[in-house]
Write a protein that binds this ligand. Sequence first.
Ligand code: ZN
Length: 387
Amino acid sequence: MKFSEVIGQQAVKQRLLASVRGNRVAHTQLFLGPEGSGTLPLAIAFAQYLNCPHKHGDDSCGTCPSCIKYQKFAHPDLHFIFPTATNDKVKKNPQSGLFQEDWLNFMQKNRGYVTQSSWYETLGVGNKQGTIYARDANDVVKLLGFKPYEAKYKVVVIFQAERLHISASNKLLKSLEEPPDNTLIILIAERYEMIIPTVRSRAQLVKVPKLQIADIRDTLLQQFPEKVNAEQATELAAFSHGNWNLALELMEQADEGEYNFVKFRDWMRLCFQGNDYLALHGLIQELSRLGREKQKRFLIYGLQVMHNSLFVNTKHDLSVVAGASEKDYLQKFAPYVNAANQKQMYELLNEAVYHIERNAHPGILFADLSFKLMALMQAGRRALQIG
Ligand SMILES: [Zn+2]
């Protein structure tokens, strides 16, 4: 990861660069900053810079053999230690060494911008809290005993250092105090007070502030020009509280909200027309391919449409619950949700959520649901014509 790929944080970057130029790189450093500020990407960019033989000015070259490995977070002299817990695969004695491949994929997928919760989700550890164990510390001590394979600096990155078990902290003290030559240990943490003082006192503190709103906005526009316009990027950045991961999450939610609206509207239209089986089949296929969580949220969105239709029918104001195009749609759709079908439609969608949660076959579920909704939409239409 090059410094130029790290979002914002100019002051921290300059400070790190100055330490290299001034030959004052502390062997043990603690990068402390809130979630989504880029502590981990900064640490990696720093390590890559230190090891690049062709660094120029403010950045590593990005193309030498060392940088190429660092760009993939996979360099034989770059080691990661992180919290782990038991999961389906590792049923006892979890430790970082057993999850290296998962970690690497996770890092590559997120370009270093990872959070504790998304890591636990990736591991599939449920509600368990991860820990960095004494076994992990033993591994660190052991690997520090060897010379670097090929790099100038051997680098150990300890992600979420506040999850260091007390026994692990104690085992690490000596290494943190006096690491071998050409070794850099970087602790990454969000909560200073959760790291024991003997560990804290051995590391040089690098404070990383939350990101600036303008940096988040600009990066969103740069990385996702097809997803956000200037106005949306500004809004997402403002709500992100300087947390890049939160900005991404909000963007995805907004995206999904729009998707659900468009697809549900199409679905109801096809059910209402009841004759374009090819298009309906295509849509069912598409919905079947969404992940379970997304299918569930799609159906819950449908329940919300039913609910809002009742609002429209009873002449309530919709400005709080729906956007402009959604509101427009609801005005047209709502009359067809009436006494003839509303209860059954609501129940059908509700049941579908229940079955999705219990691993029903999504293709069968959406097909079945479509035919039942078709009949119900017809009933609603007849009721409207008679009424
Ligand atoms: Zn390089």
